[in-house]
Design a protein around this ligand. Structure first.
Ligand code: UTP
Length: 239
């Protein structure tokens, strides 16, 4: 089974705690040991936002700000690479083909951001599409996809499952409202819809949650299931 996991910077490194990074690396290693081909895309989190905020005050333009953000995602990716040791690519892949080649070599392919104008949500979806991944997992600080922003609306309800087209419809208005936090960004949702990528959005704070979700299909987040496909088939069920 080929899996791409997007780990938010706020999940991997809300602060610099080597034990936390090691625990996420252990989860990735467990999946690789179970036979998963695994790619990981790492986000920038609060550190990226801090750099972007400071540089905005200094007058940097949006492309310059995005490049700063990309730099931080790659720093975080290097932290995870340090924890993965020999299992991972030597450095964060900057091109999808390089990441795909690393997968073919049997390495854990680790990436950060790629180009201005998007976030690592979209990188993960494009990477998943480019390698025909069986599953794309967003390990985020949100615990799934809701019908409204749960930070804004007290009775927001979580979807257990929805189609990629529904995901796009939900994310569109959230992306229009400044400050609202969409579970995945709009470009990512469109890529998931275009390529019919089976996806999961879950709370990645506890790395064990990722293992249970990928190996056993057990999670309390949201399944994004392309129409016409059966129940997600997870590695353990493909035996
Ligand atoms: P993140 O993917 O961490 O963005 O990239 P985010 O939306 O702030 O993350 P979460 O989901 O809330 O944790 C950090 C920043 O890096 C730039 C963007 O400016 C983004 O906001 N970036 C990242 C790019 O410009 N291109 C990329 O491919 C990736």
């Amino acid at each position: 089974m080929r899996v791409v996991v997007s780990i938010g910077g706020s999940v991997l490194a809300p602060d610099l705690d080597s034990d936390r990074v090691a625990a996420h690396a252990d989860a990735i290693r467990t999946l690789a040991d179970e036979g998963c081909e695994i790619g990981v895309v790492v986000g920038g989190g609060g550190v990226a936002r801090d750099y972007i905020g400071a540089a905005r005050e200094l007058g940097a333009n949006e492309v310059q700000l995005d490049k700063l953000g990309i730099g931080v995602t790659r720093l975080n990716a290097r932290l995870l690479i340090a924890a993965l040791g020999q299992r991972a690519t030597l450095s964060p892949a900057e091109e999808y083909d390089d990441a795909a080649a690393a997968l073919r070599r049997g390495e854990v392919a680790v990436m950060g951001g790629v180009m201005p104008g998007q976030t690592t949500d979209a990188v993960a979806a494009a990477f998943a599409e480019s390698v025909d991944a069986d599953l794309l997992v967003y390990a985020t600080s949100a615990d799934g996809v809701y019908d409204a922003d749960p930070n804004e609306t007290s009775d927001a309800e979580q979807f257990a499952s929805l189609s990629p087209a529904d995901l796009v419809d939900i994310v569109v208005p959230m992306s229009r409202d400044a400050g609202a936090s969409a579970p995945v960004d709009l470009l990512a949702a469109k890529l998931i819809d275009r390529a019919s990528i089976r996806s999961l959005v879950l709370d990645g704070t506890d790395p064990e949650v990722l293992v249970d979700a990928v190996l056993r299909g057990e999670h309390s987040g949201t399944d994004v299931v392309p129409e016409g496909t059966a129940e997600p088939t997870y590695w353990a069920q493909e035996e």
